[in-house]
Structure formats: structure tokens, C-alpha cells
Design a protein around this ligand. Structure first.
Ligand SMILES: Cc1cc2nc3c(=O)[nH]c(=O)nc-3n(C[C@H](O)[C@H](O)[C@H](O)COP(=O)(O)O)c2cc1C
Length: 399
């Protein structure tokens, strides 16, 4: 479940292109996220994917005929138009885009587009030549000017065998666009937020490094949540294997030293800092220029301290709100409170990383947020994205 989607009414419009099959995945994902989904298809779309598939996945009747008789007396395009919190047309054919741009309403989908007041998103998908035709580009531009949201297609191999622009955007990107619209609290507009995430890698030799188990998921979730709430976000990230959130400025770094330099460089512009990265405390004193060969004797690596980024941020703090993280395996409260005071933080989120259900690699987290004014908020186990919003809810009370 994701609170942006829970109980929200999402109307999905499907038009007649090869990518119509991907609408099944989108429907299934939206249902799993807790939203209600109703589907309206063009007549041609029903030739690409059977309405029964969408009916089964959404748990709702699928609509494709403006004049289909219903048990209740409802004028279908008006009822659907009013029901929707958000309307997404995926895939949107050149034909549907053209009709919407010209105000043509000659079937249920195009009529509903005209009849709704809900925010409407188009995710175009078509052959590259079609997509690049001036008339299609002009129509997309017109839709944008009218206030519709366009999710640009990706590049790749198309079903027709051509290679280029026109592939339906990733379902993940469509879901992110929906989430941005559905999240009602735009309470971080005008704020610039700095988030650090992930581990750092400390080089031993050209092929080896020291790192830690941080996945970056918590920091990425905070960056995404801040962006959804309207902030300008700088995400300073160590090496991770997860996709960076959309709509944030990514600053990729490798070592603790690089993270220090980049973070300090962005600090004076930032209003709030979430320092969720797991920065290596030590680095190798003498990095080998060639690969260290194995031998029978033990080897010793001498480690030296890395700069303490959080300490430096606390020491030079002016207007910023500083939120630290304490990932501990023992005496959580004691370590967290000491860090809160010693490093001049405003908040610290203490979490126990010894449990499998929450912490480093998990998609879930739980913890206790301590504020310097003495407030304590226990946040129970939940999805890291919801967890991020909960932390932000507390922190913005302090602004
Ligand atoms: C096999 C096949 C694949 C098609 N794929 C696309 C496509 O990806 N995008 C598109 O805009 N049109 C595509 N078309 C053309 C549309 O189906 C056609 O323009 C149709 O009139 C669209 O109707 P609709 O917008 O009412 O669904 C395809 C047609 C066929 C036969």
C-alpha cells in the first residue's frame, strides 16, 4: 500500500496500439497500490487486449461503448468523468492525441477526456516516424498548453522492428507521474532539500574496495517524497543498484571524501538536509596502485578516519534543518540522543538495523524520530516510501 494511491479513483484509458498489453500491468500495479481502477477502452484497443483481462485485474466493468446500456441510469462518459480523481491514457495513440487536441469526441474515450475535470495524463506510444511527425508533435504541444500532462515515450526497439523514440514510457514512470498528481500536500514548494543516500566505496586497490550494506532505498525514498511534495531536491548518492527517483538532481559520488565535498558544496543553498547515507568512517591509508597479489602471509590494511560530514554540517549550520540517521544494532536510544546533541542536529531517526524486516536492504523501515526540542515520535513498520513521508510530516512542523 502507498498512501498516495489508497482509495484513489484512477480512470485508465486504453487506445489501439501494440503497447495496450502493458495497460494490464499498470492496472495490476495500481490495484496493488490500493487504488480503485476503472478502464475505458477504444473499440480498436479491444482488438489488442481483451476487456476481460482488464475487468479481471481491475475488478470493475470495462467501458468501451458510449451507447452501451447499463443497469443503472448513468450517462457513462459523464459518470466516469466525475468518478475519476485522475485520468491516464496509456497507451495514447496518435489518433487519440489528435482527437483530444482538436476537441473531437466521437467515442467513449475521447468524450470522457472532454467531459472530465480530473487531471489527465497522456502516455503516447507509436512508431518513431509517427511520433516525430510535426502534426503529432504540434498536437502534444497543444495538449500541454491546455494543461494536460504528457509522459514522453522512451527509446528502444519498437514492435514494428524500428529502433527509436515511441516506446510507451515505463510503467514505473507512469506510476510516478500519477503519484505526483495524487499527492495533495504540496507543502515543500519553494524549499531546497539536500538528501544523501547509499554507501560509500573506499578503494583498496584498482579492483577492490571497502563498503557497507546500505542499499540507498531510504534516502532515495526521502528524495522522491520531497520532490512529490514540491521541493527542489539534490540527491548526493553513493553507488547503488536501484533506479534514482525522477525529478531530482542526482550527484553521484564514490568515496566518503567525494560525498563530503559535494555535500558541503550544496549545503549553503539547502533548507533541510536528510543525511541518510551510510558513509564509511575509515578509508585505506595507502591505496595500492596495482592489484594486491595474494600470498601465504596475512596482510594488514591501515585505515584512517574519513571526515565526519554530519559533524561538519552541524558545526556550520545556519538556517538549515538537519536530520541525521542512526543505524544501530544496540543501545539505540542512547547512541541516537548522543549523536543528536554532539552533532548539533535538529532531528535524528534511530533505527535498529539488526532486524531483517527493516533496515539496510529491506523495503520497510521502522524507527524513532527524536527532535532536539524533546519531542519523540515512534514510526511503526511500513513501506520506506510511506516512512519517508512520515518523517517529512514531522520535520516540516518545525519549519
Ligand atoms: C498492429 C497495429 C499496431 C498499431 N500500433 C499503434 C501504435 O503503437 N500507436 C498508434 O498511435 N497507432 C497504432 N496503430 C494504429 C491505430 O490502431 C489506428 O490509428 C487506430 O485508428 C487507433 O484507434 P484508437 O485511437 O481509436 O484506438 C496500430 C495499428 C495496428 C494494426
Amino acid at each position: 500500500m502507498n498512501s498516495s494511491f489508497t482509495g484513489k479513483n484512477i480512470l485508465l484509458g486504453i487506445s489501439g496500439g501494440i503497447a495496450a498489453y502493458k495497460a494490464a500491468d499498470l492496472t495490476s500495479r495500481l490495484i496493488k497500490l490500493g487504488s480503485n481502477v476503472k478502464v475505458v477502452m477504444t473499440k480498436n484497443a479491444t482488438r489488442f487486449i481483451h476487456p476481460l483481462t482488464l475487468e479481471s485485474l481491475s475488478g470493475n466493468q470495462v467501458y468501451h461503448d458510449t451507447f452501451q446500456s447499463t443497469e443503472r441510469y448513468d450517462i457513462e462518459h459523464i459518470a466516469l468523468a466525475k468518478w475519476a480523481d485522475v485520468f491516464v491514457i496509456a497507451p495514447a495513440t496518435a489518433n487519440v492525441i489528435g482527437k483530444a487536441a482538436c476537441g473531437i469526441a466521437d467515442d467513449l474515450l475521447s468524450t470522457t477526456i472532454l467531459a472530465t475535470e480530473a487531471k489527465t495524463i497522456f502516455a503516447p506510444a507509436m512508431n518513431t516516424v509517427m511520433y516525430q511527425k510535426r502534426v503529432v508533435q504540434d498536437n502534444l504541444k497543444k495538449l500541454e498548453d491546455f494543461g494536460y500532462v504528457i509522459i514522453p515515450p522512451g527509446k528502444g526497439r519498437l514492435a514494428c522492428g524500428d529502433w527509436g523514440e515511441g516506446k510507451l514510457a515505463d510503467v514505473d514512470d507512469i506510476i510516478s507521474a500519477l503519484e505526483e498528481i495524487l499527492w495533495e500536500k504540496k507543502d515543500l514548494v519553494g524549499k531546497r532539500i539536500l538528501v544523501t543516500a547509499g554507501p560509500t566505496n573506499e578503494t583498496i586497490d584498482p579492483v577492490r574496495f571497502i563498503s557497507n550494506r546500505s542499499s540507498g532505498k531510504m534516502g532515495y525514498a526521502i528524495a522522491k517524497a520531497c520532490a512529490i511534495r514540491g521541493a527542489t531536491v539534490d540527491l548526493v548518492t553513493g553507488p547503488t543498484s536501484i533506479d534514482p527517483p525522477k525529478g531530482v538532481n542526482i550527484h553521484s559520488v564514490e568515496s566518503a571524501k567525494e560525498m563530503y565535498n559535494t555535500t558541503i558544496g550544496l549545503y549553503s543553498y539547502s533548507d533541510i538536509v536528510f543525511k541518510a547515507a551510510a558513509v564509511a568512517d575509515y578509508r585505506v591509508q595507502e591505496v595500492a596502485t596495482d592489484k594486491i597479489k595474494k600470498g601465504s602471509e596475512p596482510i594488514t590494511l591501515k585505515l584512517e578516519r574519513n571526515p565526519d560530514i554530519l559533524l561538519e554540517l552541524g558545526r556550520t549550520k545556519k538556517h538549515q534543518i538537519l536530520v541525521g540517521f542512526a543505524a544501530e544494532t544496540q543501545e539505540l536510544e542512547q547512541y541516537a540522543l548522543r549523536k543528536l546533541k554532539d552533532k548539533n542536529l535538529d532531528f535524528i531517526l534511530a533505527n535498529d538495523v539488526s532486524t531483517k524486516r527493516s533496515g539496510f536492504q529491506s523495503d520497510f523501515n521502522q524507527g524513532i524520530l527524536y527532535c532536539i526540542n524533546g519531542d519523540v515520535e515512534t514510526i511503526p513498520l511500513m513501506d520506506k516510501e510511506d516512512f519517508a513521508h512520515r518523517i517529512i510530516d514531522e520535520v516540516i512542523k518545525y519549519i
